[in-house]
Design a protein around this ligand. Structure first.
Ligand SMILES: Nc1nc2c(c(=O)[nH]1)N[C@H]1C(S)=C(S)[C@@H](COP(=O)(O)O)O[C@H]1N2
Ligand SMILES: [Mo]
Length: 413
């Protein structure tokens, strides 16, 4: 994990100031939970002026998920629905909306867009403002093809490979997808609310569970030209389960930053803390440092991974096969794929297919003359920045960012 860069004087000061505030709070006997709730809600004007949004009568229904979840397409993991990689064989570059994974901390909600408002507030803006659905649709918009991935994708391998039990959704590798997202750059909206030069943190808040579904990001990420307020996915109005009427897209970052069903965005001159950047979505373990009030290093970018477009475990008839898969990295285009049919003893370079877009993924394939037997297939990707998948990754308590090479069992009959 990249350490916070504190060579900039201001960052350094801010980080130390946070530490000081937290130490002070501790000395006064304040629990971490209390401290966090004060930092997020209490820190002045913002908390008070933003609270009104929750009384909005825009949420009209809730359901675990709304779209059909056929077992050929998904693993059903309670409120979470994992895409089956076998369902991607013979499909195009994008994951169709019907097959896109769903990760809900509570449940999907149906929002009536005529009553819905997006509230931009907090002490980081000089003209706090509510936008209607129609107003937002009239702002300049762009379309980008980007990968979205849950930080817990691959979590089950901490158990199967490292033998360490971790709580949380037991994803294989299907907590990821690539789609074309259409939306208004977040900066367009922040500008219209009078973004102050002193603003440092931006926190979108979801209407499904406003106390939890919120995750701050630094102003630089919020102003990136592909950080969007999304209203369409793969050319369709954003589906209910993916955050209709509007969701945030924070490309490259862990999925949890891409808040669905967004109802308000808090912009702050002070660092913002919430459960998702202090308790969850931080790397906790002996290889990671706690950064109070966060219990561990705060996750930002996703890492590099690969998956075969095969059932897990897979089964094939003996003979010639075109083995396919995809690899992705948040840090750059994929430049090399190596595949092993013998659990890592020998490696063969796979063919990379176009398109191979940065911020999304690359498809690849390789011929395999499969003889009867049991195999462990492996794929190892390298990106243009030289990041490559390691053979193992250090453990973290919540099982995030499992980026190591994975054994994919296949039985050939
Ligand atoms: N409001 C809200 N936003 C949310 C979540 C949520 O539960 N509620 N889950 C987050 C997580 S953990 C992930 S991985 C992505 C999943 O997006 P998807 O369901 O559209 O695939 O949404 C994020 N945004
Ligand atoms: Mo996630």
């Amino acid at each position: 994990m990249q350490r916070e860069n504190l060579s900039n004087e201001e960052d350094y000061w801010q980080a130390r100031a946070d530490e000081f505030v937290w130490q002070r709070a501790k000395a006064l006997g304040m629990s971490r939970r209390k401290f966090i709730s004060l930092m997020t809600f209490g820190a002045g004007v913002a908390g008070a002026s933003l609270s009104g949004i929750y009384s909005q009568k825009s949420v009209v229904a809730e359901q675990t998920v709304f779209k059909p979840i056929p077992t050929e397409l998904f693993y059903d993991r309670g409120t979470d629905k994992e895409m089956r990689w076998s369902a991607m064989y013979n499909r195009g570059y994008l994951v169709p909306n019907e097959l896109f994974y769903v990760r809900n901390h509570s449940r999907s909600i149906r929002i009536n867009q005529t009553n819905w408002r997006l509230r931009i507030g907090g002490n980081g803006v000089s003209k706090p403002k509510d936008f209607t659905y129609d107003e937002l649709l009239k702002l300049p918009s762009v379309s980008v093809i980007r990968m979205l991935e849950c930080a817990g994708n691959g979590r089950s391998f901490y158990q199967t490979v490292q033998g360490k039990k971790v709580a949380g959704t037991g994803w294989n590798l299907g907590g990821v997808g690539v789609a074309e997202w259409t939306g208004v750059p977040l900066l367009e909206v922040l500008d219209r609310a009078g973004l102050k030069r002193t603003a440092i943190d931006v926190m979108p808040i979801g209407l499904d569970d406003p106390k939890k579904a919120r995750r701050p990001m630094p102003i630089d990420k919020a102003l990136a030209d592909d950080t969007l307020l999304v209203y369409a996915m793969n050319g369709h109005i954003l589906p209910l389960d993916h955050g209709f009427p509007f969701r945030i897209l924070v490309p490259g970052w862990l999925g949890a930053a891409s808040i669905k069903w967004v109802g308000q965005i808090e912009v702050s001159e002070l660092p913002l803390y919430a459960p998702w950047n202090t308790e969850s979505y931080v790397m906790i373990g002996s290889d990671y440092e706690a950064l109070p009030p966060a219990k561990g290093e705060v996750i930002t970018a996703q890492n590099i991974k690969s998956a075969f477009e095969l059932a897990m475990p897979g089964s094939l008839t003996a003979g010639q096969h075109l083995i396919r898969g995809r690899s992705w990295s948040a840090k750059g285009k994929i430049s090399l794929i190596e595949v092993s049919f013998d659990a890592g003893k020998s490696w063969h370079e796979a063919r990379l297919r176009e398109p191979n877009l940065p911020g999304a993924w690359a498809r690849w394939d390789i011929d395999w003359d499969a003889k009867p037997g049991n195999y462990n297939l492996q794929a190892r990707a390298t990106d243009e920045k030289g990041n490559t998948q390691p053979l193992s990754v250090p453990f973290n308590e919540k099982g995030y960012l499992y980026g190591a090479v994975v054994n994919h069992p296949v039985r050939v009959v």
